[in-house]
Design a binder for this molecule. Structure first.
Ligand SMILES: [Zn+2]
Ligand SMILES: [Zn+2]
Length: 139
């Protein structure tokens, strides 16, 4: 099993395996959520993930439509996971919370319209999108 957890450890997730859907998101909301220039999420089927602890929930509207619910530790403030209305069967797990440098790299890079110019995600195998993954980047 793979563990993801907040800074203090009060909130943790148990994951069955590395995800094949790892997404880097450059939207402004992910920048504000993480405090970093982009967020990276590993997506899992909800039923595959076990959550320990009592997360607080923050609901916001998503740039790609619908709502996103972020789950964070009320003691240390780390967001460990989130659920989005546009991916109802999945849970997004903050890759930083897994703290494994060998964890799989992103296969998609989305909302590149607000990407910091110096950020380069992956190689040619990565799919790039100006907005959400419904609309492909032509450039
Ligand atoms: Zn914590
Ligand atoms: Zn985002």
């Amino acid at each position: 099993m793979i563990d993801a957890r907040c800074s203090c450890g009060a909130l943790s997730l148990s994951l069955p395996r590395p995800s094949r859907l790892v997404v880097a998101c450059h939207c402004i909301d992910c920048q504000r959520r993480t405090g970093a220039p982009f967020g990276v999420g590993a997506f899992y089927p909800i039923e595959a993930v076990t959550i320990s602890g009592a997360p607080k929930e923050y609901v916001r509207s998503a740039a790609s439509g619908g709502e996103v619910r972020s789950y964070f530790c009320s003691d240390c403030g780390s967001t460990v996971c989130w659920k989005a209305d546009n991916l109802p069967a999945m849970i997004g797990v903050a890759v930083g919370a897994i703290a494994d440098p060998d964890y799989p790299a992103p296969v998609r890079s989305v909302f590149e319209q607000s990407k910091h110019a110096w950020v380069e995600i992956g190689d040619t195998a990565v799919e790039h999108f100006e907005q959400g993954s419904a609309r492909k980047n032509s450039g």
